[in-house]
Design a protein around this ligand. Sequence first.
Ligand code: ADE
Length: 253
Amino acid sequence: MTLGIVAALHEEIADLLAEMAPGAHVEHIGMRDYHVGKLHGHDCVIVLARIGKVAAAATTTALIHRFDVDEIIFTGLAGGLAHGLSVGDVVVADTFVQHDMDASPLFPRFEIPLLGRAAFDTAPALRDALAQAACDWLAEEMPAQVGAALRAELQITAPRVHVGKIASGDRFVSSAQEVDRLRDALPEALAVEMEGAAVAQVCHEYGIPFAVMRTLSDAADDDAHVDFARFLREVASRYSHGILRRFLTARQA
Ligand code: ADE
């Protein structure tokens, strides 16, 4: 059983790569480094996809074809869309939609043309295990790994785990106006990011179970770029590494 672990930015997998480094080897394919090795007894391939849906789709396809992975987890950051969510919360996706897919009037808005669907579900067992790992890590380990001063500065007070819809598109959302437009169009969406729905579509097409975990770095509003950069630099890797370590250790090797 081989697990593919994917992220869009180096900071989101830096600690995982460091942990896997002894004994791992690297295969360079299509301008990406695939790190092949073991994490907590599990065969894993970790790869930096880079940002956007094309990058995520290409990387996912290579993981399936060249590395024969059995399941895929994508980890990273997202902007919060739904009311009541806060920076530092974790969103585990149960379904994905591409918010920038619009071939109307030929096809309904958001539907992937000729595939006949707009929504792609994550694998329930992987999703539930990730959500549990996130709850456990936030409750038991996060306060020691993200210092109190940093938490106070970033206003991470009582972070929670949410399971729900995530919207993906090739745009960094950074205005209150755009948040309103997305809320109107996709009222159920909890968060917005730039890769998950592409991974979801490829995994659907190949029948590969997958799940996605996103930490909220910003509120997708006018300050999003500043909040995102800070969170990425100082917190992202802690969350990814901590939650995936809990996820892997809770599984039978
Ligand atoms: N990833 C993290 N924050 C984001 C945002 N505001 N828009 C798109 N992707 C993101």
